[in-house]
Structure formats: C-alpha cells, structure tokens
Design a protein around this ligand. Sequence first.
Ligand SMILES: [Zn+2]
Length: 314
Amino acid sequence: MQDMLRMERFPELWFEDGNVVFQTETAEFRVYRGILAARSSVFRNMLSIPHPRSSFTQAIHDEQPIRLPDSAQEIRSLFSAIFDSSFFERPPVKARLSVVLAIARMGHKYDIAYLLERALEHLAISYPRTLDNWDKRDYTRSIIHEVKLGVTNNLCVLNTALQISATTILPAAFYACARRDLKDVLDNRGWCELGETHKRQFLLGYVKQTSACKAFHRFLRWPEDEDCQEPSKCERKSRVWEASNEDWFDHDPLEIWDNWDKMAVDLCGVCVLGCKEQYLIARQEFWDSIPELFGFSGWGASEKEMDQTMADSM
Ligand SMILES: [Zn+2]
C-alpha cells in the first residue's frame, strides 16, 4: 500500500541521470551513488556491493528505492548541501536554523565531516564559548530563525546538540534555554524530546542559575574605594541601589545593565567606576561558571583543538 502513496519529489534532487533512489516516509530523491560514497563513509558502506544479507543490496539490484529512516526535510537539506555547493556555506553566509540543525544531525549520522563542521561553525556564533562573543551574537549571528519564539529555537538547538554530543555548543545552549521562564520551557514541545537524564540536568542547572541571579546584584554594593569623595552618601545610596535591584534579574544575570548615568547622579565618579569594575568581574565569573552549573567540566574542545591535542599526544 505504501507504494500507492504519492511521494514528493524535488526537481533539484531528482536527477534524470541519477543512479540511486532514496526514499523517506514522504519523499524520494534520485541522486548519484559515486558522489555520496565519496562524501560519506556511511553511504559508501551502504552502497557497497556485495553484501548478500543486506536489504540495501537487494534494493540496488532491483533498482528499488533505498529506505532511509530520516525525515524528508533532513534528507532534502543534506542532499542539497552535497549536490549544490552554494546551498549551505560557512558563516558569515546566512543559513536557516532548521537547515543548520538538519545538516548537523545528518552530517554526524552519515559521517560527513565538512558539513558537520560547517553546521557547528554556524551554531558556535549563536552559542559561543566566550562572554565577548555572547555579547556580540545579535550582530554576528549567521543563523536565520524561521520561528520567532526564542524558547522553541533554543530547545531545538539543545536537542540537536545533545543528539550529536556537540560539547562546544552544549553549555551555552543549556544556558540559553534556562534564561527563559520555566513554564514556557516545560510547555514547549521541544521539552518532551529531551530524555529524562537531560531534563534532570537542565532542571538542576536552572535552579543554580536562578540562585546565581539572586546573588548577582551584589556588584551594586559600595566599592569602599579610599578615593571616594563622599563616603557616607555613597554608602547609603549604594544600599538603596542594591535593594531596588534585587528583583531585576529573573533568570539571566548576563542581561545588560545600563543605568550608569542614573547611578552617577547618586554616587561619586570613583564609586560608579568601582561598581562598573565589580559588574564586569561578576559577569565574567558567572559566564565562567556556566558549564559547571549544567554539569560540564568546561566549554568543550572544538574539533580542531581535539585534532591538535591528538597530534600533540602522538
Ligand atoms: Zn563615592
């Protein structure tokens, strides 16, 4: 009955002289075996003949489609990236989030290192390992969000990053999800896709991140600088500032605080500078603590660094 269903075909992935047909649940693709085998060890093995007990082999002999368990969107993105060199380029060329994630998953699954690396480069701009890059990401990001809801996008990234063990992306992806209201996270469909272990990892981190937010406003405390021009006034006003900002952060200590001009009306210049210094230190300390909040030992090593470590140890 399956064959009776009309399979979707995409003109750009249905080559007249293609020599292998793949089928997902809803679509089929006619592409080139040699190119796939050259790009991917998994496809190479899948397409290699003979292998008497392989259903793939049977399918090839019969010129029947080879079934793939992935979604049509995933395979369409993957094959487009392989057969059209302009479809998925490195940053700063823009790419849609759904495409980046599909290629990250498929590149990982089918062992296509250059595509996986490219997808990780896009993700690393939005989910970086340094605070400096985190602050710049709104201007530098190469990913186009098709869905406007931040919590949905962040959970999609988190799910994919977990699936492919993208250690360099994971701490910032967990943090980005935990910046949101907990109810919005739990009500999102992406939450259901997380396994029990990762749900627990997220919730433990969420609680720690919330505690860190409560502690963060301490940068407003009087810096007690000996050059302070009006110690009694500055100390008193600092207390008011600290108290009035206790609820300022909900879940995100890295939210930019920009009340320095207002503060300069109450405190002397030396104390404002002192608070700014405390603020920068507190932000950096919080950033440095993110991997630990979510149970990681650090920000993860990128593929290139891993290669370097391997090379050094040999
Ligand atoms: Zn002062």
